[in-house]
Design a binder for this molecule. Structure first.
Ligand SMILES: NC(=O)c1ccc[n+]([C@@H]2O[C@H](COP(=O)([O-])OP(=O)(O)OC[C@H]3O[C@@H](n4cnc5c(N)ncnc54)[C@H](O)[C@@H]3O)[C@@H](O)[C@H]2O)c1
Length: 288
């Protein structure tokens, strides 16, 4: 590479860092929300829909039809497909049905997720494997299926749902934590790939701490990291996504965590985690 093209690239990158991030527009777009039959996914779908997007929900949960009906009753153009995000066959079937309905996805929200809590050796391996299947493999399968069309149209946005546990170890949910570390690495790698080749495709990752949806019932929120209502978490996440933020952390303590981890010696960081109650937070988990 010549010195001139290196200087050009450096200039371009500096420009990208220094100027305000471009926001993500929603009106008139079609948004796919995986795992949107309930919990935070349904709230994301509602935000997108109320801002003028068509909303497509993929989920396995029986509440899917009711959620779609509720969105329609609020004036939102909404569609629901029974899809298992861990199955390529199920994804392909839905995409075929969607093509017939002329639905092409502009914004993908990879939200579907499951948890397995407990001492790692006591959690059946099939459960831990299922967590990786839904939370990480499912995210890659869906993204792999939808990204080529976004690239073809030279426009799109990918929003990944990770977690505060994507930045640190959390005892008693080792497989979940591994899956969410994976999502952060996957999202960051794709963001850089898109920056290199397809600058009109935006990539964000959403990392909330504990949110009161029932998934983490019994878990104790750590100090300075209050349990969020689903509305609080999604309102904040949605605003930041629309504003073009790449890494969206809530509450504020989650933003500080990776910085503290990078600065402190391991034993000090472990002590902070213990004192703040992160290490005990999953001890009494009874969620789904
Ligand atoms: N609740 C929290 O405290 C919290 C914190 C951080 C991150 N998250 C993440 O946020 C996302 C949403 O969580 P939530 O709390 O709203 O949970 P939720 O259980 O209410 O929603 C998850 C949805 O994913 C769907 N789903 C599960 N497996 C699927 C599959 N194989 N195919 C299609 N759909 C599937 C479920 O049916 C459900 O509707 C998850 O990725 C979760 O890991 C949650």
């Amino acid at each position: 590479m010549s010195a001139i093209s290196m200087a050009q690239q450096l200039g371009q990158r500096l420009g990208q860092c220094m100027f305000k991030k471009a926001g993500v527009s929603v009106k008139g777009k079609t948004v796919l929300c995986t795992g949107g039959a309930g919990g935070m996914g349904a709230l994301w779908a509602r935000h997108f829909g109320l801002d003028g997007a068509k909303v497509v929900i993929w989920d396995l949960h029986p509440a899917l039809n009711d959620t779609v009906a509720q969105l329609k009753s609020e004036g939102i153009e909404a569609y629901g497909y029974k899809v298992n995000v861990t199955s390529e066959e199920s994804i392909d079937e839905a995409l075929k049905a969607m093509a017939e309905a002329h639905l092409e996805i502009d914004i993908l929200l990879n939200n579907a997720g499951i948890v397995a809590g407990g001492a790692f050796e006591q959690v059946p391996m099939a459960k831990s494997a299922a967590v990786l299947d839904v939370n990480l493999k499912g995210v890659m399968l869906v993204t792999h299926a939808l990204l080529p069309k976004m690239i073809e149209r030279n426009e799109g946005a990918l929003l990944f749902v990770s977690s505060a546990s994507g930045f640190i170890g959390v005892p008693y949910m080792a497989a979940y934590t591994a899956s969410k570390w994976g999502v952060i690495g996957f999202a960051e790698s794709l963001r850089l790939e898109m920056q290199d080749r397809h600058q009109n495709i935006h990539v964000s990752v959403f990392c909330p701490s504990y949110v009161d949806t029932g998934l983490f019932k019994g878990a104790k929120a750590p100090l300075l990291t209050p349990l969020l209502t689903p509305e609080q978490a999604v309102d904040e996440g949605y605003k930041a996504f629309r504003a073009g933020e790449h890494v969206i952390c809530t509450p504020a303590m989650v933003k500080v965590t990776p910085k503290l981890k990078a600065l402190l010696p391991e034993s000090w960081f472990d002590m902070v985690s213990a004192v703040f109650g992160v290490n005990r937070s999953m001890k009494d988990w009874t969620g789904r």
